[in-house]
Design a protein around this ligand. Structure first.
Ligand code: SF4
Length: 320
């Protein structure tokens, strides 16, 4: 119901600059209405006397998102599943490929899951993919990767060795026994296998250092990889790999030269090959670390037996 303003109220609104709409005279209001089909008359001129009372626009109230939402990437609906600790290798690989649990998913070309045989008894853990790894989808490629491969070859280990063996064993059916009832002797594997993975599965932009929240989000994947592999020894390479595995802030220089443990698995720490490329004198220390890892792996007593080549390399490595 329309409420008419008295003269004083109209004067006050006029002082505040609020335009008023004035109803037409009573005689006109009582006149017969125009037929509906007739287009409406031209709108009244925008004079102060004819304009309706219009409430001033109300500025929208901006409600900030909850703090927790700021930490999550926009597409968190594909975040890391909660049951990582029950996954097999294939499930784990798929979960990593689909993971968007931290912001690094936005800049990756692809995830870098790991390389090597799932039956390898050695594991190398690095930090995070770099540019080459991000492009190729494999950890430790480029010059640092080549140096790592040479270091591993020196102790009779290779990322391809056990893989080739696995593939051959999957393709070849069991050999029939010969006439003497004796199965042909399988050739000894040329090298022991090694599985290589990083703490982070996605490349940090500009190869910056991994952030604590990124490590925390990605760590369950590495934990499951170690649990599935059950390696005899873990060689942790680089500060972030070492510190995240051992949950410490101590520098590598103070951690190397002794045996640590990750949930019962022996861990030997050493420098990252990328660092060794820049600090050649440290290569001698890395060699000492490899020899320590060999000793620990051989004396592990967990049922694994070193390959002949690895045992020979270990013996050679310890010669003065
Ligand atoms: S770095 Fe790890 S946690 Fe982050 S998106 Fe990649 S796979 Fe997921």
């Amino acid at each position: 119901m329309m409420r008419l303003l008295d003269a004083r109220q109209r004067a006050m609104l006029a002082e505040m600059g609020v335009p008023l709409w004035m109803p037409p005279p009573a005689a006109k209001r009582g006149a017969a209405p125009a037929p509906e089909q007739t287009p409406a008359a031209a709108p009244p001129p925008a004079t102060a006397a004819a304009a309706p009372v219009i409430a001033p626009p109300v500025a929208p109230i901006m409600v900030p998102p909850p703090a927790a939402a700021l930490d999550k990437p926009a597409s968190n609906n594909r975040a890391r599943p909660a049951d990582v600790e029950h996954m097999d290798w294939a499930q784990l690989r798929s979960a990593v490929a689909a993971c968007r649990a931290c912001g690094l998913c936005a800049g990756r070309t692809q995830t870098v899951f790991g390389v090597g045989s799932p039956r390898a008894d050695w594991m190398v853990v690095g930090e995070a993919p770099g540019e080459n790894e991000d492009r190729q989808g494999e950890p430790f490629v480029g010059q640092a990767g080549k140096l790592l491969d040479r270091m591993l070859a020196a102790i009779g280990r290779s990322r391809q060795a056990q893989c080739a063996l696995d593939a051959a064993s999957q393709q070849q059916p069991p050999q029939p026994q010969d006439g003497a009832g004796k199965a042909p002797t399988a050739p000894a594997p040329p090298q022991g296998g090694v599985y290589i993975a990083n703490v982070l599965k996605c490349r940090p932009p500009g190869n910056r250092n991994p952030q604590p929240d990124e490590i925390a989000q990605c760590e369950p994947f590495l934990r499951r990889q170690i649990a599935l592999l059950q390696p005899r020894i873990i060689l942790a390479m680089g500060r972030f790999a070492v510190q995240s595995l051992l949950q410490t802030q101590e520098p590598i220089g103070r951690l190397r030269g002794r045996v640590h443990h990750w949930h019962g698995v022996p861990v030997v720490v050493t420098y990252h090959p990328a660092y060794l490329l820049r600090a050649l004198p440290e290569k001698a220390k890395a060699w000492q670390d490899l020899c320590l890892a060999l000793d620990v792996a051989e004396s592990g007593g967990d049922g694994h037996q070193p390959t002949d080549a690895a045992a020979a390399a270990a013996a050679a490595a310890r010669k003065p």
